[in-house]
Design a protein around this ligand. Sequence first.
Ligand code: ATP
Length: 231
Amino acid sequence: MLLRAERVGVAFGGIRALDEVTMSVAAGEVVGLIGPNGAGKTTFIDAVSGFVPATGTIHFGDQQIQGLPAHRRAALGLVRTFQHLELFDDLSLTENVLIGHGRRPGGRQEAAALLYRFGLADHAGAFPPDLSHGQQRLLALARALASRPRLLLLDEPAAGLDSRESAALADPIRAMATGERAVLLIDHDVDLVFSVCDRVYVLEFGRVIAAGGPAEVSASAAVRAAYLGTA
Ligand code: ATP
């Protein structure tokens, strides 16, 4: 397993945002994490990427990463995106992608290839505010990939997109999980999550209430009751 999170807990004051959450992601997988508002999805990404302290154990590859600061986890290949995109509006698209790339040689060529891959090549010299919201979301994915992650934690990549734009993310997200790389996808668009993921975990009140293949999870009565409200 690339990521093994075992009995992870996070509390904010009296609120148990995550309670004994156990979850794994293997290389080559796209794994989904869904659940109602406030279920603990972003907190799980925060705990894995080192943005909030957590109890339990988290292994990345064969390394125990619990306690490592966020930048050390990123350097190991654990890279996240944010619900709010955090793009640099006064830098060109190419320069935004180069930020993800760091100081490795061949950056401009690789940035050009990534912009091409996400359909943004014609806008390479433009600035994020010149783009549609959907294009900005693709730019954030290109920048995250530029850092050559082993595990990409995507926090609501389809937020604010209409259903057509959201569906257009399925292929790029699927294509990110090749070879040794894997993706953990959080999104409220369950159609996107069920169509793109190999396995899906469902959180409610900080606990895993279901896990399995998309067909199995979407048919689960507990999930329909808790999440889809259609039991
Ligand atoms: P959404 O789908 O709305 O983004 P989520 O599933 O990502 O929700 P979290 O944002 O992880 O849920 O929040 C889980 C719980 O922890 C919620 O009750 C939330 O109010 C609480 N919480 C999250 N961050 C903090 C914080 N920094 N301080 C206090 N409480 C927090």
